[in-house]
Design a protein around this ligand. Structure first.
Ligand code: NI
Length: 137
């Protein structure tokens, strides 16, 4: 019998970004990204929900120790992204437009490297109350 469960931990961070593609004209960038193309950027209070999936271990009763997930997330999200300008301060976004989709994808790659193979199920990046992205590798 398999007893598969999904566990999720939430973490918030505040960061600035600018949506801009160097390969496009200034006019095209304004057309595509609107206010998010503002030269000096803008900020969000982001929420990230990281879901790890697996079987409930008979010995521990856990899928994955939430304390370990918390510490991996703290290192990647709090130390790596909180109070940063994503375009300028975070090496992972060099050459990557920091849209919500790309932030979720970059977070997935960072988390996947630190978690047991195949454990990561979903990264949800909530940018505003009404806009969020779900990324599943
Ligand atoms: Ni934005």
């Amino acid at each position: 019998m398999t007893r598969k469960a999904f566990i999720t931990r939430r973490m918030t961070f505040s960061a600035g970004h600018r949506l801009h593609n160097d390969a496009l004209s200034a006019e095209e960038n304004r057309r595509i990204y609107g206010k998010c193309n503002n030269v000096n950027g803008h900020g969000h209070n982001f929420t990230v929900e990281v879901t790890v999936a697996g079987e409930i271990d008979a010995r521990t009763g856990m899928v994955f120790n939430l304390r370990d997930l918390k510490s991996v997330m703290a290192e990647i999200i709090e130390d790596g992204l909180d109070h940063k300008n994503l375009n300028l301060d975070v090496p992972a976004f060099q050459g990557v437009i920091p849209t919500a989709e790309n932030i979720a994808s970059v977070l997935w790659a960072m988390l996947a490297r630190r978690l047991p193979e195949g454990a990561l199920h979903e990264v949800k990046l909530i940018e505003t109350e009404n806009n969020f992205v779900t990324y599943r590798g």
